[in-house]
Ligand binder design. Structure first.
Ligand SMILES: CC(C)(COP(=O)(O)OP(=O)(O)OC[C@H]1O[C@@H](n2cnc3c(N)ncnc32)[C@H](O)[C@@H]1OP(=O)(O)O)[C@@H](O)C(=O)NCCC(=O)NCCS
Length: 178
């Protein structure tokens, strides 16, 4: 998929080096692992899960690549979380690319695709209550606050979007649905 500034690409075996700088950056991992870097095995697991989900459902936590430079800057898209029924949309960006709207741009394209092309009925997004930057992305994308849930032994806030409601709101927002 393509947006104004981004390509949204699937992951392939061997792409681990593209996510490794983020997965080992304590700033990026602050609200995900408490700042602990992911191991090489965990990074391989991440890439493997994205490739498997893409093969199964045609979507994943898309790799975001800047059109202008070809640089991989992180991901935005839907994935599975252990113990959760719904698919979850999430995003990680390299800190140098924060504050430019890339997570919102990639996340919006990923959410539209998940509803329109893949027909998911509902998508959730969860994060730690302290992660206000991620919650701002959720709000900009039109997800609404559902409540709190325990995940991995920690309290998380849950935001939700359902297909018909979200696509209708998006149509009203853009005038054309695009
Ligand atoms: C969560 C995360 C992706 C959010 O990044 P972000 O840069 O704040 O989000 P966006 O890319 O959507 O950028 C939006 C910001 O850029 C600004 N911006 C600048 N140009 C913009 C543009 N063209 N379009 C939209 N927003 C723009 C917005 O005002 C907004 O800033 P604000 O939130 O201070 O108002 C980032 O903090 C991150 O990678 N964190 C570590 C990983 C993480 O915790 N992920 C969530 C796990 S649950």
């Amino acid at each position: 998929m393509e947006t104004e500034r981004l390509l949204l690409l699937p992951w392939r075996a061997g792409d681990e080096w593209l996510i490794e700088p983020l997965a080992t950056d304590p700033l990026v991992m602050r609200y995900i692992t408490g700042g602990t870097p992911m191991t090489a095995e965990q990074i391989q697991g991440f890439v493997g899960r994205q490739a498997a989900l893409y093969a199964e459902l045609g979507l994943c936590r898309w790799r975001l690549q800047l059109k202008e430079t070809g640089e991989s800057i992180g991901f935005a898209g839907v994935g599975r979380l252990t113990g959760m029924e719904e698919l979850e949309i999430g995003w990680w960006l390299a800190p140098v690319h924060w504050g430019k709207g890339y997570a919102t741009e990639g996340g919006r394209a990923a959410l539209r695709d998940a509803f329109e092309r893949c027909g998911l009925p509902k998508v959730i997004s969860i994060t730690r209550p302290e992660n206000t930057a991620s919650q701002r992305v959720m709000q900009r994308l039109g997800l609404y606050y559902e409540g709190r849930r325990m995940h991995a032994g920690l309290e998380h806030v849950v935001y939700t979007a359902t297909r018909d409601e979200w696509l209708t709101a998006e149509l009203n927002r853009t005038g054309s649905g695009r």
